[in-house]
Design a protein around this ligand. Structure first.
Ligand code: HT7
Ligand code: ZN
Length: 874
């Protein structure tokens, strides 16, 4: 496999005006007939008509004709990945007939079968598994699609746009033709065929057009569509109100499928969803699932403008649509729920996982400059850091400036395939700002570091804040250029009151960091202040400032910025846990600093706080994030220290935890609404602490909650608390609950996945348990959700057991990756992730992980795994 480079980008030699596809879906194979109208790209210089190089894999060519002339084998070249034709006119039409085998397609790219249906996944380069084409996002065409299939088994035949013809044919077959009037790249093409039912609703757009909304599911899931429908309508309204963007077709469809590589796909007018990201009923889905569905439905819907109407010129520009759309969905969720809690969740994800990626062997800028396999670049960096970069632009130009910028961007580029730079340019032009230095965020990898120091001069009543920026080297980028970093900050006086930062009386402001080192002077400061830095996490950076534990407790109580109150609590917990990690390593006695107990006690007692925020404050930093604080990761010591802190807090705050638990443990009808979710989250957080006690209190509460739970949130929480509880009395109760749960939900594939992942992630369970669960009748070794819920959860969340000193976890993951790579490379390349950070572990584990990576390398690999393994070992 070879790398391709952004610097080599060239426009195609030909454009495709119209694409007409006919799919004849058969029992063994599917015949695809494609009729394409081409014309020469005259903006490029040509001495003679260039060859037409179409890409296509895993298919059998039946015939090819140009302008009605069937081409003989001498007239075209065909290889494993290409069909090369020689046109004789600047405008011409091709008719290509080829056969594909969707029933044998395990990669879940292109056309494939899932349960009893057919569906497609074309992003990024799946269309080339359907027919020979110019499968690149800058080639945009008007698609007409005819689907033919057995009417009894496939009564529903869907594609993009509007249905323009329906007809019954001979032999019990039927045909439906769809036309999508909007030009689109092939990656947005979709087809679905199956015995599906749908729920229907309507939405009246701001200009008064009525749009039909349909969610298609297999019949047994028809009762689980309401939440997605409500979420869709909220998203449509929000995009009109906040961005002035209206939906453009007469129908919008969502289809749920069980076999899917990611969460969902924004195909024009026909979104296809992983069933786990769309189906929910109070008894089958947790609050987290309800919220995830709302966010993903919104994300995919928002792509209709940020991705579909304006798309990417090439795949290096992926963050143009993904970073922007994640920013849009985050703002939507913030508006629908608690803004601060949403910010905390997103920053948690970024710091525990994206920062790790940005410091590892696969680190890349949000606009990568080269790749071997594009599927490896659907990363937290492109998505989440990409969204942070858009957020920084939003903060620099302000809310109204940002809207002016997006209006200009959509107006300028509607119907085009463009670059990240076009987005930044629209922001600059609409606001008269210069984002030259800011552009380095697009081209440089690595998490920048801000080292902040301060001085107070009492005589001069001056406070000086000095900020130094740096960025560690990343693969291929030894030295870095400067970043433009917006640093939002404020100052607190000794009473915890916000201090004015200038004559205008502002108490929070953004410092634009653009130099290697800068000092900001605040005058008229009559006492030594305590700085509150990086408010709202105004930039995706590491911020170092020498806060004492006392400072952090003070900020937790008084900072006017809600995000920083939470962050101070995290910093305090990290400081304390990391000190204990050192003690574990030295075999010293562990004692919990009382400041954390007092701080958590105060949080629990504070009735004025949003309950969701209380739950976030009580959440100890994850083992993954703690691991990032160590030069050489000692996962056992981290686990031991963190458990010790959790248990000590539970013991010290038992009465308060029980009181809050009881206060919130009220029987009321389930509603997936912010206030109710907050109450359940806090209640179950308290339960999570109480089951850490070395006595039966927590176990009994969990047992009672499990027995009486009226919704899946409480039931799952109680079951996983029982499974992870410390006290011996929990073991038989946990076994019983897990068994009952499996019996009750045996037929519900998404619920069973949660049952698998709860057990795989539980620190009491080792590899043997995972292997045992892989033999369970509900487990399917080819299904991505199943693999993620067992193998992914064990290797990514059950760190002490995955990193067992024997190396058994590593050997297991390597075996699974090799097996899956032959079937579904995209899935394999995601599962292998925990092995890629091998250099961060102790020597013994380093060697064991390196050994299995080298073993994987001995096999015949997909480009996906080849890229990840070779970059990891480099
Ligand atoms: N744009 C989509 C990204 C995607 C994908 C989705 C499902 C399966 C395979 C996929 N490859 C790439 C999803 C999104 O970001 O909205
Ligand atoms: Zn997306």
């Amino acid at each position: 496999p070879r790398a391709i480079y952004l610097k080599d980008y060239q426009q195609p030699d030909y454009w495709i005006e119209t694409t007409h596809l006919v799919f004849d879906l058969g029992d063994e194979s599917t015949r695809v007939t494609s009729t394409l109208k081409f014309h020469l790209n005259t903006s490029k210089k040509h001495d003679q008509l260039p060859p037409l190089e179409l890409v296509g894999t895993d298919m059998e060519l039946i015939s090819v004709a140009i302008d009605g002339q069937v081409q003989t084998k001498e007239q075209y070249q065909i290889s494993k990945e290409r069909l090369i034709l020689q046109p004789v006119f600047e405008q011409f039409e091709t008719v290509i007939v080829n056969d594909i085998k969707p029933q044998e397609n395990t990669s879940l790219e292109g056309l494939y079968s899932s349960s009893s249906m057919f569906c497609t996944q074309c992003e990024a380069e799946g269309f080339r598994k359907i027919t020979y084409y110019l499968d690149r996002p800058d080639v945009m065409s008007v698609f007409t699609t005819t689907v033919i299939a057995d009417k009894e088994r496939f009564p529903v035949l869907l594609s993009n746009g509007n249905a323009i013809e329906r007809k019954d044919l001979d032999n019990g077959r039927h045909l439906v033709t769809w036309n999508d009037p909007f030009k689109k790249p092939a990656y947005l093409f979709a087809l679905v065929a199956g015995k599906l039912e749908f729920v229907e609703d309507t939405f009246t757009t701001m200009s008064g057009r009525e749009v039909t909304l349909r969610i298609f599911v297999e019949p047994h899931n028809i009762t689980k569509c309401d939440h997605a429908m409500v979420s869709l309508k909220k998203s449509m309204r929000w995009d009109e109100e906040v961005y002035g963007r209206e939906y453009d077709l007469d129908i919008f469809m969502i289809v749920a499928v069980d076999d899917f590589n990611m969460g969902a796909m924004e195909n024009k007018g026909l979104n296809i969803f992983n069933s786990s990201c769309v189906l929910a009923r109070p008894d089958t889905a947790t609050d987290a699932t309800f919220q995830r569905i709302e966010a993903i439905v919104a994300h995919e819907y928002f792509h209709n403008w940020s991705g579909n109407r304006v798309t990417c010129r090439d795949w290096f520009q992926l963050s143009l649509k993904e970073g922007f759309t994640v920013f849009r969905d985050a703002e939507f969720s913030a508006d629908m729920n608690s803004r601060t809690v949403k910010r905390v969740e997103d920053v948690n994800l970024l710091r525990s996982h994206q920062f790790v990626e940005d410091a590892g062997p696969m680190a890349h800028p949000i606009r990568p400059d080269s790749f071997i396999e594009i599927n490896n670049f659907y990363t937290l960096t492109v998505y989440e850091k990409g969204a942070e970069v858009v957020r920084m632009i939003h903060n620099i130009v302000g809310k109204e400036g940002f809207r002016k910028g997006t209006d200009l961007y959509f107006e300028r580029h509607d119907g085009q395939a463009v670059t990240c730079d076009d987005f930044v340019k629209a922001m600059e032009d609409a606001n008269g700002v210069d984002l030259t230095l800011f552009r380095n965020w697009y081209s440089q990898a690595g998490t920048p570091v801000l080292d902040v120091t301060d001085e107070y001069d009492e005589d001069a009543q001056e406070y000086r804040l000095t900020v130094k920026q740096s960025c560690p080297a990343t693969p291929g980028q030894e030295t870095k250029k400067l970043f433009h970093i917006p640093l939002e900050m404020g100052l607190l006086d000794g009473e915890g009151e916000p201090m004015p930062l200038d004559k205008s009386g502002l108490t929070t402001k953004v410092l634009d960091i653009k130099q290697p080192e800068e000092t900001f002077v605040f005058t008229g400061v009559d006492e030594r202040p305590l700085p509150s830095l990086l408010r709202g996490f105004s930039a995706p950076v590491h911020l170092n400032y020498d806060y004492s534990r006392e400072d952090l407790v003070f900020l937790m109580s008084y900072d006017e910025d809600g995000f920083n109150r939470w962050d101070s609590c995290q910093r305090l917990a990290i400081d304390i846990i990391m000190e204990l990690v050192g003690k574990v390593q030295k075999g010293e006695e562990l004692v919990l600093d009382s400041s954390l107990i007092e701080a958590f006690g105060k949080v629990l007692a504070d009735d004025s706080l949003d309950k969701a925020m209380v739950a976030e404050l009580l959440h100890l930093p994850s083992e993954t994030y703690l691991a990032e604080q160590m030069e050489v990761i000692d996962i056992d010591a981290i686990h031991q220290a963190r458990q010790f802190v959790k248990q000590s807090l539970a013991a010290a705050l038992k009465d308060q935890l029980v009181a809050v638990y009881n206060e919130l443990n009220i029987d009321k009808p389930y509603k997936p609404e912010a206030d109710d979710i907050a109450e359940r989250t806090l209640k179950n957080t308290c339960l999570g602490y109480l089951v850490e006690l070395d006595e039966e209190t927590g176990v009994q509460l969990a047992q009672a909650q499990y027995a009486g739970a009226g919704n899946m949130t409480d039931s799952m929480a109680a079951m996983s608390c029982l499974a992870s509880a410390e006290h011996a009395s929990s073991r038989p109760l946990a076994e019983k609950a897990l068994q009952e749960f499996a019996d009750k939900w045996a037929e519900d594939t998404n619920v069973i996945d949660m049952w698998f992942s709860t057990q795989a992630a539980c620190h009491h369970n080792g590899l043997e348990k995972v292997k045992e669960l892989m033999q369970h009748k509900a487990f399917d070794k080819k299904n991505p959700n199943k693999m993620r819920s067992l193998v992914g959860a064990f290797c990514g969340r059950n760190l002490v057991n995955f990193h067992d000193k024997s190396g058994s976890g590593y050997e297991f993951l390597a075996d699974e990756v090799i097996r899956i790579d032959a079937l579904n490379p995209q899935l394999a390349a995601r599962l292998i992730n925990p092995l890629t950070r091998w250099k961060r572990y102790d020597e013994e584990r380093r060697e064991l992980m390196q050994k299995v990576l080298k073993r994987i390398q001995q096999h015949e690999l997909s480009s996906d795994i080849f890229e990840v393994v070779s970059k990891s070992l480099a």
